[in-house]
Design a protein around this ligand. Structure first.
Ligand SMILES: O=C(O)CCC(=O)C(=O)O
Ligand SMILES: [Fe+2]
Length: 132
């Protein structure tokens, strides 16, 4: 992917009780695609440890991301825990044939933070050059 196809980084901060509602990272309207076209993929990065809560859940991909609890990240796939060696994941919004792929709709985008606080960061990649 070319760097010109990327949006600037978007940093998110959640305090206790704050959450992000269910969504997909692709656009559902024609207006939003005017800069760079549809989003192809998201690189989601976890910048902090959350003591409790703050999970990102991908039920259609059968994945729950429990990130950075006590400095360790986990990916739960089909009820099995996998410890991640990195603090980021790639989520795809489109299939290789350029049709939308809802597999990584996040339900919710972020569960409420229960203890501590959460910092995350999204980098979105587009079909075309992104110039805003
Ligand atoms: O903070 C998270 O875990 C998810 C953020 C997210 O879904 C987004 O920025 O699109
Ligand atoms: Fe998202």
């Amino acid at each position: 992917m070319l760097k010109e196809h990327g949006e600037g980084l978007q940093v998110l901060y959640y305090k206790v009780g704050q959450k992000y509602d269910t969504h997909g990272d692709f656009f559902m309207d024609n207006f939003s695609v005017r800069h760079g076209g549809q989003r192809i993929a998201t690189m989601l990065m976890y910048l902090s440890d959350v003591e409790e809560g703050g999970e990102t859940v991908f039920p259609y991909a059968n994945r729950i991301l429990v990130l950075c609890h006590g400095g360790i990240s986990f990916l739960i796939v089909e009820k099995k825990d996998f410890q991640l060696s990195q603090r980021w994941v790639m989520l795809y919004s489109m299939k290789p044939n350029a049709t939308l792929d809802p597999s990584y709709v996040h339900v919710p985008g972020s569960c409420p933070v229960i203890k501590g606080d959460k910092w995350s960061c999204a980098k979105w990649m587009h079909l075309n050059e992104f110039n805003y």
